[in-house]
Design a protein around this ligand. Structure first.
Ligand code: ZN
Length: 321
C-alpha cells in the first residue's frame, strides 16, 4: 500500500490517499492532483450551500423559488407545507452539510477502491463465491463500516426512534432525559477512509467526481444512507428551469380559470406551474419520486440527495452573485 500525501490548494488541507503499490506513476500523479482539486471544490460547494441554506432559514424571503424547488425535488418536501416543517427540513440538511464540511476540512483519508480494509475484502470474496463478482467494482465509492461501528449506530437509531415516539406522549420530560444523546457530542465519524473508484469516476467528468466525494463524505461524517441514487447527471437545475418554461403555458389558463378572483392569483399560478414541472421531472428520475414517498425527514439522510442538492445550490448562488 502506498500512501500519497496530497493537499487541497485553496483550503490548505493535507490529506492521505492510499493506492496499490503496483499502480503506475502516472496513476499516482493523477490521483494526487485530482483529489487535491476535488477537495477544494467540494469544500467550496459545501460552503456556498451552507451559506444559502442559512439565509433561507434566517431570512426566507431572500432565497429564490428555484431554491425551494430544489428542496422539493431532492427531499420531497411539499412546496405548500407549513413554515415549521420547512424549517425542520432545512435544519436537518444544514446539520448534515456542516458535519460533512468540517470533516472534509480536517485532513480526511481517501483511498482507491482496492485498498479495502481486511473485513471489506472478505465480504467481497463472499460475493465472488456466489458468482456475483466484486460489488465494489460497480460502485463509484464507498465507506466501510465494520461491525463495531454499525451496532452502536443501529442501537442509537433504534433508541432515537423510540425516544421520538415517547416524546410525543411525554413532552418535555424526555427532552430533559435525552438531551445529551441528541446533542451530537458523542457522535463521531466512521473510522475507515473514503474509498473512490478512480477508474470508474474519472471518465464521468469533474462534477460527478466531486459529487461522489461529497456523497461518500456524508456517509463518513453525517451517518447518511443510500435510499436511492439520482441518475449520473443528477444535477437538475437546468432541467428544472426548462420544465418550468415548458409548463408555463398553463399559467394563463390558471389565471383566467379558477384563480380569476383570487387575490394571490399570480403566486398561486406560479406555484402550480412549478409543481407540475416537478411532477414531470420526478417521472423521469425514480429517486426523486422515492424521496417524496419516504418523506423529507428520511430523505435528508439520503447521501445522493444531499450531495446533488449541495452541488445545485452552489451553482445557484454562483449565478446570482
Ligand atoms: Zn453511498
Amino acid at each position: 500500500m502506498t500512501n500519497l500525501v496530497s493537499r487541497s490548494i485553496r483550503y490548505g488541507v493535507d490529506f492521505n490517499v492510499l493506492v496499490n503499490d503496483s499502480v503506475l506513476p502516472q496513476f499516482k500523479t493523477k490521483v494526487k492532483t485530482s483529489c487535491g482539486s476535488w477537495l477544494d471544490d467540494a469544500q467550496e460547494i459545501l460552503d456556498l450551500a451552507i451559506q444559502t441554506c442559512t439565509t433561507a432559514l434566517v431570512t426566507p424571503d431572500n432565497v429564490s423559488d428555484r431554491f425551494h424547488n430544489l428542496i422539493s425535488y431532492y427531499f420531497g418536501l411539499p412546496s405548500g407545507c407549513s413554515r415549521e416543517r420547512y424549517r425542520a427540513c432545512l435544519n436537518a440538511i444544514l446539520s448534515r452539510l456542516n458535519r460533512t464540511k468540517s470533516g472534509l476540512s480536517n485532513g480526511v483519508d481517501l483511498a482507491d477502491r482496492e485498498q479495502m480494509p481486511y473485513l471489506a475484502k472478505a465480504s467481497t470474496y463472499v460475493s465472488w463465491a456466489f458468482c456475483q463478482g466484486d460489488p465494489t467494482e460497480r460502485m463509484a465509492g464507498f465507506v466501510w463500516q465494520d461491525f463495531l461501528e454499525s451496532v452502536p449506530n443501529y442501537a442509537k437509531k433504534a433508541y432515537k426512534i423510540r425516544k421520538t415516539k415517547w416524546d410525543q406522549k411525554n413532552g418535555w420530560i424526555s427532552t430533559f432525559l435525552g438531551g445529551q444523546l441528541n446533542g451530537g457530542g458523542f457522535e463521531k465519524p466512521l473510522y475507515y477512509p473514503i474509498h473512490l473508484n478512480f477508474n470508474k469516476i474519472w471518465p464521468k467528468g469533474r462534477a460527478y467526481c466531486i459529487v461522489t466525494l461529497i456523497h461518500e463524505a456524508t456517509h463518513k461524517f453525517a451517518e447518511t444512507v443510500d435510499h436511492e441514487y439520482f441518475k449520473d447527471d443528477g444535477s437538475i437545475l437546468a432541467k428544472l428551469d426548462q420544465a418550468i418554461r415548458d409548463c408555463s403555458v398553463w399559467k394563463d389558463i390558471y389565471l383566467n380559470g379558477d384563480l380569476k378572483n383570487d387575490e394571490d392569483r399570480e403566486a398561486k399560478a406560479c406555484a402550480r406551474v412549478a409543481e407540475q414541472a416537478l411532477k414531470q421531472l420526478r417521472g423521469e428520475n425514480p429517486a426523486a419520486k422515492t424521496m417524496q414517498q419516504i418523506g423529507e425527514m428520511e430523505a435528508v439522510n439520503n447521501a445522493d440527495s444531499l450531495a446533488w442538492f449541495a452541488h445545485d445550490v452552489a451553482l445557484l448562488s454562483l449565478e446570482i452573485t
